[in-house]
Design a protein. Structure first.
Length: 121
């Protein structure tokens, strides 16, 4: 279910976060589904439980999951998570477009680049 690249550039906790976000947004994990316990996932992936905990905290802070003390971690409302994720991506895209314009890339060139990326996705 969750794949990580221990030799990758991206920190493991972020890889776990990304994998869960994908699973939630693709409806593999649905609202109310129980995530594996920190200990269980740490054993499965053979990594430190603190890394899993860090991933879960990040997922919770971005409204993808909710933690219920004594019961575990559960997928939260997809709509709220999707909106949060979309807004976050829009902010990142805004920064990138502003930086491109600051170095003199014309609007038309930026639009062509975006259109090519969308067509190739």
């Amino acid at each position: 279910m969750i794949r990580i690249d221990a030799s990758g550039v991206k920190p493991i906790y972020e890889q776990i976060y990304d994998e869960f976000v994908k699973l939630i947004l693709l409806d593999v994990l649905k609202e109310g589904d129980n995530l594996p316990s920190v200990r269980e996932l740490a054993l499965t992936l053979q990594i430190n439980p603190n890394t899993i905990q860090k991933s879960y905290k990040l997922l919770e802070s971005k409204k993808f999951i909710k933690s219920i003390k004594g019961k575990g971690n559960f997928v939260d409302s997809k709509n709220e998570a999707y909106d949060y994720y979309k807004n976050d991506l829009e902010k990142k895209l805004t920064v990138i477009v502003e930086e491109m314009m600051q170095i003199g890339i014309e609007k038309e060139v930026i639009l062509i680049l975006v259109e090519e990326m969308v067509n190739n996705a």
